[in-house]
Design a protein around this ligand. Structure first.
Ligand SMILES: [Zn+2]
Length: 359
């Protein structure tokens, strides 16, 4: 790789550049590399394949897993971290056994969407108990979150959102985000009607990748939630007190949070990648943590998601509004700000190194 060590050089121009860099870097470390093609739902042939790429490297009894791009567009950041980790590994700074899963949602990454080829939020799709339903709070917000036409005049999203929050409460807004929905196939936070291609690929291969490891630390990379540049480590709802203690000791108190913390209501969160993995690997010590780096305010990010979803379904791909909605979404999940990029990248690399050492 060129410009080794400069954080800016790790951030990709787009999905295909990210994929090419990841494959090249994996090869230069001598990693075992595999590619899994994800097909477009309308069988539209992409010029280059969309793949989930997996690199296995190093030796040891314990395993560190780092996954990126479960939420497509968040892969700009996650891919950069994985490239930096491959460099750290190559220079001998990251010992042990490592599994890197690059672009769990390659279609979303390629098309700058948070969701996959079927509008599915993959972190609501890993269900083993069927699909269907939506929280009552989501139904109330559906018309507002998912307008079924282009804006006819200037819309004041912020003001309307505040009014909605006053009427329905922030918790119903959070609930619609946190628990997902299975009713509105073109809506935000849709969990799908069946397992996605990505989920099926994980189900078919994870057992083999984990192999005979007795202890696994899985760090799933995300952006877009929390304060600008700040890390929050989100652990699942079913996490034991012992694991919570371990996370807090290994990382730090302030950054470790339970997914339902501060909500006051313990509503079930279904279909999460981490919960699913932990149920698949209940016989071993499988620790799973979502590393979330903050970008902009909840309202700004939600506004960007809503606009992009609207233009995706109702807009003209050639129009400026459509293009801008994509651009804004990328900015919300991977700010162009050089300082943000440098800081979150070095922080994420150190989180993985700390975790690997403590395991
Ligand atoms: Zn995410």
């Amino acid at each position: 790789m060129s410009n080794k060590g400069s954080s800016a050089s790790y951030y990709p121009e787009d999905y295909q550049a990210a994929r090419a860099s990841f494959i090249a870097a994996a090869a230069s470390t001598g990693a075992l590399h595999q590619s899994f093609v994800v097909n477009d739902s309308c069988n539209h042939i992409e010029e280059q394949p969309l793949t989930i790429d997996v690199a296995e490297l190093g030796q040891g009894n314990d395993l560190v897993v780092v996954s990126s791009g479960l939420h497509g567009v968040e892969g700009y950041f996650g891919s950069a971290v994985q490239l930096a980790l491959l460099d750290r590994f190559e220079t001998g700074n990251l010992p042990g056994r490592l599994l890197l899963i690059h672009a769990v949602n390659p279609w979303g990454f390629h098309h700058s969407r948070r969701v996959n080829e079927n509008n599915i939020d993959l972190n609501r799709n890993f269900r083993s108990d069927g699909f269907g339903g939506a929280p009552e709070g989501y139904r109330h917000l559906n018309g507002f979150l998912n307008p079924q036409r282009l804006p006819s005049a200037i819309e004041l999203f912020g003001a309307r959102a505040v009014a909605k929050i006053i009427r329905h409460g922030m918790s119903s807004l959070k609930e619609s985000v946190a628990s997902g929905q299975y009713e509105f196939a073109q809506g935000l936070f849709y969990g799908g009607a069946e397992l996605s291609q990505s989920a099926l690929l994980m189900a078919a291969n994870m057992q083999r990748w984990v192999g005979n490891a007795r202890k696994v630390l899985h760090i799933d990379l995300h952006t877009g939630l929390g304060r600008y540049g700040q890390l929050r480590l989100l652990c699942g709802n079913k996490e034991s007190a012992a694991s919570r203690d371990w996370y807090e000791q290994t990382f730090s108190h302030e950054t470790v949070e339970s997914l339902t913390a501060n909500s006051g209501t313990a509503y079930p969160v279904n279909g999460q990648f981490g919960d699913w993995l932990q149920s698949q690997f209940s016989g071993i010590d499988y620790r799973f943590i979502g590393a979330e780096y903050g970008t902009y305010s909840v309202l700004k990010v939600l506004d960007a998601l809503r606009a992009e979803n609207r233009y995706h379904f109702y807009g003209n791909p050639q129009s400026n509004d459509y293009v801008n909605s994509k651009r804004t979404l990328i900015e919300c999940f991977c700010p162009a700000d050089v300082e943000w990029r440098r800081q979150v990248l070095s922080n994420a690399v150190s989180v993985v190194e700390k975790g690997a050492r403590a395991l």
